[in-house]
Write a protein that binds this ligand. Structure first.
Ligand code: SF4
Length: 90
C-alpha cells in the first residue's frame, strides 16, 4: 500500500508531528478527501506508518481498481477537512 509521506492536518486523531499513523486510510467522496480524518485534541499511533488502504477517486490517474498506485501521497487541509494532494486527473 502507498505510504502517506506527509500529512499537515495536525488536528487529526491519527496525526503525530506531521505524520499519519493510521494503519490504512480511505480516500474518496465527491473529491479526494481523506475519509479517515477525525478532528481530536488527543492523538494516537496505531501504526508506525500511515498507508492508503482504499481510494474511491476513480478519476485520478493513480487509481486502479479503486486502489492507489502512487509511490506515496501527501495530505493537507481543504477547508475544514483533509485532502489527498497527490490527486491528478486522468
Ligand atoms: S493519489 Fe489518487 S489514487 Fe492515490 S489516494 Fe490520492 S486521489 Fe486516490
Amino acid at each position: 500500500m502507498p505510504p502517506v509521506k506527509r500529512c499537515t492536518v495536525t488536528e487529526c486523531f491519527y496525526n503525530q508531528a506531521g505524520q499519519c499513523r493510521a494503519c490504512a486510510i480511505n480516500v474518496g467522496g465527491s473529491h479526494p478527501q481523506c475519509d479517515t480524518f477525525m478532528k481530536s485534541s488527543t492523538h494516537a499511533a496505531p501504526c508506525d506508518l500511515g498507508q492508503v488502504g482504499a481510494c474511491k477517486v476513480s478519476q485520478c490517474k493513480y487509481n486502479e481498481n479503486l486502489s492507489c498506485t502512487a509511490p506515496g501521497i501527501e495530505v493537507s487541509h481543504h477547508l475544514t477537512h483533509a485532502d489527498c494532494l497527490t490527486f491528478e486527473p486522468r
